[in-house]
Ligand binder design. Structure first.
Ligand code: UT7
Length: 328
C-alpha cells in the first residue's frame, strides 16, 4: 500500500499585520524586512481564533475537497508548536470540532512538524490498513511571540492547513521516500524556556519574558540551509529519483534567502520553488501544507507532478518527503 494525497485545505485569519504596522511597534523598516526575509505581511489570529479553530476550518475544507465525510477519517494527527492547551492534546479539540471519534495525537517537531506528521500518517495508514488519515499543521505563533522582539515578531504568522491521506495501491501516486532527523545538541537555538517541566512558569519567568519564543536567527539560518540540502538529498535517494525529476520544491517558508540558498545548492530553479511567505510569513508547522494547498488550488501542482517537501526548525529537527501528486 501507499499513501496518496486525496484532498487539501487551508485556513488563515482575516487580520493582516503588514511591515508598515510593524514599523509602528518595533525599530524596523519595510525595506529591512523585505530585503532580509522576503516577508511583506502575515496573518494574525483574532480574539476567538485559536490553533484548533483554524485547524478545524482547514480540516473541514480538506475533507470536503477529498469528497469524503468525517466518518471516513480513521486517524487524525495535528502538528503544532502552539497547542490549544498543555492538556489535552490539540487533536482532541480538533477531532471534536470535525465530529471525529477516531484516534488522534499531536506532533511537536517545530517547523519540521508537518513533514513528521506526513511520514507518521503515511506509515500508520499503510501498516494499519487505514482508509484515510487527516494530517493538519496549525499554528497561532502570534500568541508566543514577544511583540517587542524584532528578531522574531517580524517573521512569524498564524495559519492552518490540512491534507487527507488515502490508501492507494503500491504503483499509485503518493509518498515515495522520506528522511527525518534531529540534532538535539542545538535545542537552545530556538526555544521557549518556561512552561515545561524543566522550568515551570512562575511570576519570575513571566517577568523575564521566558514564555516567549527566543531564536538565534543567524545560526538557525546557517543550519537550516545545510539541513534542507542534506535531508532533501537523502529523501531523493530513498525515492530513487533525481533532482531534475522534481517538478515542485516546497520548502518550509522561513526566509526567502534560506529558500534561495537551498534551491541553488540543490540546483532547483526558483521557478520550480513555491514561495508564499511574502503574504503569510513563517507559519511553522502550517507553512508547507499552506503552500501546497495554495499551489494546488491555483492549479500549479497537477496530477503526476513530483513534489519535494523539506522542513526544519526547533530541535533542530528536519525532514523531507518526496511524493507523486494525485490519487489512485
Ligand atoms: O522557522 C524555523 C526556523 N527559523 C528560521 O529559519 C529563521 C532563520 N533566521 C532568519 O531568518 C534571520 O536570521 C532573521 C530574519 C531572523 C534575521 O536576519 P539576519 O539577516 O540574520 O539579521 P541579523 O540577526 O544578522 O542582524 C543584522 C542586523 C543587526 O544590526 P547590526 O548589528 O548589523 O547593526 C541587527 O540588529 O540587522 C539588525 N536587525 C534588524 N534591523 C531592522 C535585526 N532584526 C532587525 C529588524 N529590523 N527586524
Amino acid at each position: 500500500m501507499r499513501a496518496c494525497i486525496a484532498g487539501w485545505g487551508a485556513a488563515v485569519p482575516d487580520q493582516r499585520l503588514t511591515n508598515a504596522d510593524l514599523e509602528q511597534l518595533v525599530d524596523t523598516s519595510d525595506k529591512w524586512i523585505v530585503e532580509r526575509t522576503g516577508i511583506r505581511e502575515r496573518r494574525i489570529a483574532g480574539s476567538g481564533e485559536t490553533t484548533a479553530s483554524l485547524a478545524v476550518e482547514a480540516g473541514t475544507a480538506a475533507i470536503k475537497q477529498a469528497g469524503i465525510t468525517p466518518e471516513d477519517i480513521e486517524l487524525l494527527i495535528v502538528a503544532t508548536a502552539t497547542p490549544e492547551q498543555p492538556i489535552p492534546h490539540t487533536g482532541a479539540f480538533v477531532g471534536e470540532g470535525l465530529g471525529l471519534r477516531c484516534g488522534s495525537f499531536d506532533i511537536n517537531a517545530g517547523c519540521a512538524g508537518f513533514v513528521y506528521e506526513l511520514v507518521a500518517g503515511a506509515a500508520m495508514l499503510t501498516v494499519g490498513g487505514l482508509g484515510h488519515v487527516l494530517v493538519i499543521g496549525a499554528e497561532t505563533l502570534s500568541r508566543i511571540v514577544d511583540p517587542t522582539d524584532r528578531g522574531t515578531c517580524i517573521i512569524f504568522g498564524d495559519a492552518a492547513a490540512a491534507l487527507v491521506l488515502e490508501a492507494a495501491p503500491d504503483d499509485a501516486p503518493g509518498i515515495l521516500g522520506w528522511d527525518l532527523g534531529c540534532d538535539g545538541s542545538a535545542t537552545g537555538l530556538l526555544e521557549i524556556q518556561a512552561g515545561g517541566s524543566r522550568l515551570p512558569s512562575t511570576p519570575e519567568t513571566i517577568a523575564a519574558g521566558q514564555q516567549f519564543i527566543k531564536m538565534q536567527g543567524q545560526e538557525v539560518f546557517r543550519r537550516a540551509v545545510r539541513a534542507v540540502v542534506d535531508s532533501a538529498t537523502v529523501a531523493l535517494e530513498h525515492a530513487n529519483v533525481g533532482v531534475d525529476d522534481i517538478d515542485w520544491f516546497i520548502p518550509h517558508q522561513a526566509n526567502v534567502r534560506i529558500l534561495e540558498a537551498a534551491a541553488s545548492r540543490l540546483k532547483i530553479p526558483m521557478e520550480r520553488t513555491i514561495v508564499n511567505l511574502d503574504r503569510f510569513g513563517n507559519t511553522s508547522a502550517a507553512s508547507i501544507p499552506l503552500a501546497i494547498a495554495e499551489a494546488a488550488d491555483e492549479g500549479r501542482i497537477t496530477d503526476g507532478d513530483l513534489v519535494l517537501l523539506s522542513g526544519f526548525g526547533a530541535g533542530m529537527a528536519w525532514g523531507s518527503v518526496v511524493l507523486r501528486w494525485g490519487r489512485a
